[in-house]
Design a protein around this ligand. Structure first.
Ligand SMILES: Cc1cc2nc3c(=O)[nH]c(=O)nc-3n(C[C@H](O)[C@H](O)[C@H](O)COP(=O)(O)OP(=O)(O)OC[C@H]3O[C@@H](n4cnc5c(N)ncnc54)[C@H](O)[C@@H]3O)c2cc1C
Length: 286
């Protein structure tokens, strides 16, 4: 099973169907353990991973890739290969919704116009590891750092003026990596970092001041975020302004916190839904 093709029952018929939604870190790790024989997959259960792409990106390495210190292939997790090695099926598609009553995931093919679109995948057990989306502040337009793939494509042709918005570690990493990239590629780019009033928020004031000095030492100006209309063509805004769960999780009726993350017990079982689990950025132990 390689693409979205009509109403599907995951894996083989007969047994239980476990659907892993999203190729995030937790699912990649579980598949790896199954593939290496360290853990055993659940008995009499067909496992299917569904994710928007056959490869997942390891975000911890993204700044190094941007800066040219690591090859792009170093951060790629080959989900198809992992599934094949773990005895799981892989479905490439964009999850657009979740029907709790019918136990179905709604999918949209990401394989191009020729593939049938809007299909469903049925599950008996569901594990969610779909990560997060960038939470843009109201009134601020820009390119979100997540999803990572379009952001990385955009970085290939940096405009002459770029402002990075955000007050956390990701904003610092991204602005410093872009500075290193423009130097290495000899692509002149005037960079600035726009934070909330008062500067970086890193849980430690001395650390925040130290990192602000490091950023400024690279010739990067730091100033407060302002609301503005979409940037003119020669200037771009990159949003590293925090994350929230994808909207379809909350729309499905699952219990979520104020940032749209699914509420779980410490076992990662979703509150009030004994057959659904959530891990990584899309869930929160409450
Ligand atoms: C630039 C940057 C640097 C970072 N550096 C660090 C760091 O050094 N250390 C650290 O701990 N954290 C870091 N983070 C945070 C880290 O990225 C996240 O906490 C982590 O990626 C969360 O992993 P995850 O498994 O929840 O989701 P992800 O890694 O985002 O994986 C989600 C997967 O689900 C797929 N998916 C998502 N939505 C759908 C959908 N609707 N349909 C189908 N598939 C879907 C995606 O394609 C992806 O494969 C960084 C973040 C950024 C932006």
């Amino acid at each position: 099973m390689g693409e979205v093709s009509g109403m599907m029952t995951a894996g083989h018929s007969g047994g239980q169907q476990l659907v892993l939604a999203g190729g995030g870190h937790s699912h990649a790790l579980v598949l790896r353990h199954w593939a290496m024989g360290r853990w055993r997959p659940p008995a009499a259960t067909a496992v299917t991973l569904v994710s928007r792409s056959g490869a997942s990106l390891y975000s911890g390495l993204i700044p190094a890739v941007l800066a040219g210190q690591a090859h792009p292939s170093a951060c790629v997790i080959d989900l198809r290969r992992l599934c094949a090695a773990a005895g799981a099926s892989f479905v490439q598609g964009e999850i657009t919704g979740l029907d709790l009553e019918r136990r179905q995931l709604h999918l949209h093919s990401t394989l191009g116009a020729t593939s049938p679109a809007y299909r469903s995948l049925r599950w008996d057990w569901l594990s969610l590891d779909v990560g997060s989306v960038t939470a843009a502040p109201e009134g601020v337009a820009g390119l979100p750092v997540r999803p990572l793939e379009p952001f990385l494509d955009w970085c290939d042709h940096l405009p002459p003026v770029v402002e990075v918005m955000g007050s956390g570690a990701a904003a610092v990493e991204v602005v410093l990596a872009l500075a290193a990239r423009s130097r290495r590629r000899r692509q002149p780019c005037r960079l600035s970092l726009r934070t909330v009033p008062g500067g970086l928020r890193l849980g430690s004031a001395p650390l925040a001041r130290r990192l602000e000095q490091m950023v400024q030492a690279q010739g990067i100006a730091i100033g407060p975020m302002t609301r503005h209309d979409p940037a003119p063509p020669d200037r771009a805004t990159v949003l590293c302004t925090g994350s929230r769960g994808p909207a379809w999780l909350q729309d499905s009726g699952l219990p979520c916190d104020g940032r749209g993350r699914v509420l779980t017990h410490p076992t990662l079982v979703v509150q009030g839904h004994g057959r659904i689990f959530a891990a990584g950025d899309c869930g929160v132990v409450a």
